[in-house]
Design a protein. Structure first.
Length: 556
């Protein structure tokens, strides 16, 4: 039996599921590649980009939502879970994408949004027409307001994207009516998972896409779904106002949510039983600790859940070491593997984040640290997710004009501090001016978000032709990751190192070290340098640099 070694030294049973150490590329569809010339990426564009991703060396792709939607939150407000929005293509085009991915040996994971739907979903329209107490309203969270005229929200909860978590409707007879819950925007009413119609419908949705040949689902808001049935006031009524990522404990991480993941896991196991290939469930799980995170990936629940702690760790060796140690202790101990991530469609890109503050990207510090962090992540046991443009070293676009921002967070708060448009600007593929090969076919069409002139420095064609680029660092690391037996095992052993250096061994003789400081240090072991994130000559590791070695002892 295969085993993995957790951080506590205990041996854990393991399976050989493809997802355990997969590297998956997140495709934000509307910003990947536009095949029609309307300025918005689409499924045909994704299909055209598959050979590029295969050459990069990833194992598969995760697609952001492409379902019919009014696009109030760019597809995370779903109006129909079993179709394709015409702006992205149609089901025939999706089937071609599945076929091409399969031909290239790449996995295909879809984004599914079970916590909430669109206010234009047929269910919510029926709820508005159904009246208080109707079966249609029981699929959502409707409640009478407080106060003499019911003109105050049912409780003090705040939405994650700003403002109150409740909106009042007008009843069919024209009178002021009940309030409904939306933990994100009013256009995204929360579903009531205590209603059996909701669970049954999502069983059918899973099977619809699994029958079309997909390999799994990324689950949005996987720690949500259930709310305290009494809908009481939150003890910390301002929690959700302070940070998009803070959560209301009365509306998050409720124990009943685990029954949903057991049910979904059983659906996936039906398909695995037919052909022996695992169908993946990977959750967006935002909880305070790695120990709570581990509860979602028990053997009969989700296969994996994104471990965001690495993304949010400050640039310090001790912080990274604690984050990794917690994951190895609590997550690997479940028999699953950690799912590492440094970037995604909701976060400031790592090049900008690691620069220390916006505007310092030009110093090179952010790029150096982002390259080092990537090499560290790809040396860790488990799976890794790469966000599109990460392999190009794209910084955040921080100066989009207010009038062009599309993020509902900006619309609801008026603040730019948490706006996500800057990491969603369409990719540069070629050339020296916008649209940089992103869109074609119609003269003068502009991408849905403007690309800055400096995107030319990061265009894909330039990156592929430059052996010093981010792209080549990722490609070489992915090739080594697949070819080195040491990176195929689950063990990690910390090595003694100076305070600003993080060093660990994988398997027999492979060592990864990261210098978080600025002064050069000696290599952690005598050996052969395999790959470095920056210039690295002799037995010296420069500041803001990561490197992989094979120790002389192993080579001998």
């Amino acid at each position: 039996m295969l085993t993995t070694q957790a951080g506590d030294g205990l041996q854990r049973p393991a399976t050989d599921g493809w997802w355990r150490d997969a590297v998956i590329y997140q495709v934000y569809v509307r910003s990947f590649l536009d095949s029609t010339g309307d300025g918005i990426g689409d499924l045909a564009g994704v299909r055209a980009g598959l050979p590029y991703l295969k050459k990069l060396g990833v194992d598969g792709i995760w697609l952001s939502p492409f379902y019919p939607s009014p696009q109030h939150d760019h597809g995370y407000d779903v109006a129909d879970y079993c179709d394709v929005d015409p702006v992205y293509g149609d089901l025939d085009e999706f089937d071609l994408l599945v076929t091409d991915a399969r031909r290239l040996g790449m996995k295909l994971v879809l984004d599914i949004v079970p916590n909430h739907c669109s206010s234009e979903h047929p269910w919510f329209r029926a709820a508005l027409e159904g009246g208080p107490g109707s079966a249609a309203r029981s699929r959502f969270h409707f409640a009478p307001g407080r106060g003499p005229d019911g003109d105050e929200p049912p409780n003090n909860w705040h939405a994650m994207f700003g403002g109150p978590a409740w909106s009042r409707i007008t009843e069919p007879d024209g009178t002021p009516g009940e309030w409904y819950l939306h933990l994100f925007t009013p256009e995204q009413p929360d579903l009531n998972w205590r209603d059996p119609d909701v669970a049954n419908a999502f069983d059918d949705i899973l099977r619809f896409w699994l029958d079309r040949g997909i390999d799994g689902f990324r689950i949005d808001v996987a720690a949500g779904l259930f709310k305290d049935p009494e809908l009481p006031d939150s003890p910390d009524p301002r929690a959700d106002e302070r940070s998009r990522d803070s959560v209301n404990p009365l509306a998050w991480n409720q124990p009943e949510v685990h029954d949903v993941w057991r049910r979904w896991r059983s659906v996936c196991e039906e398909y695995t039983a037919r052909d022996g290939c695992d169908r993946l469930l990977v959750g967006e799980v935002s909880v305070p600790t790695a120990r709570e995170h581990a509860r979602y990936i028990r053997p009969d629940e989700l296969h994996q859940a994104f471990f965001f702690d690495l993304l949010s760790a400050p640039w310090r060796a001790d912080a990274f070491r604690k984050t990794i140690s917690d994951a190895m202790r609590d997550i690997v101990g479940t028999g699953s593997t950690t799912t590492w991530v440094l970037n995604n469609h909701d976060q400031v890109r790592s090049v900008t984040r690691y620069a220390g503050e916006p505007g310092l990207e030009g110093s090179g510090l952010g790029s150096d640290r982002a390259r080092a962090a990537a090499l560290l992540m790809l040396a860790l046991p488990g799976a890794a997710y790469i966000y599109q443009g990460e392999e190009l070293g794209l910084p955040e676009v921080v100066d989009l004009p207010d009038e062009l921002l599309t993020d509902p967070i900006f619309r609801r708060t008026g603040s730019r501090s948490r706006v996500r448009d800057g990491c969603r600007v369409p990719l540069p593929w070629s050339g020296h001016a916008s649209p940089f090969g992103f869109t074609s076919g119609v003269e003068g069409v502009r991408p849905w978000l403007p690309q800055p002139a400096w995107f030319a420095e990061h265009a894909t064609d330039r990156a592929v032709s430059d052996p010093r680029s981010f792209w080549h660092l990722y490609r070489e690391a992915l090739q080594l990751r697949r070819g080195l037996p040491q990176l195929g095992t689950g063990d990690l052993r910390w090595l003694d190192s100076p305070p600003d250096v993080l060093a660990f061994a994988r398997g027999e003789g492979l060592v990864c070290a990261v210098n978080f400081g600025t002064a050069p240090v000696g290599a952690p072991v005598p050996g052969t340098l395999l790959l470095a994130s920056g210039p690295c000559e002799g037995p010296v590791l420069p500041g803001s640099t990561a490197a992989w070695w094979i120790s002389d002892r192993a080579a001998g």
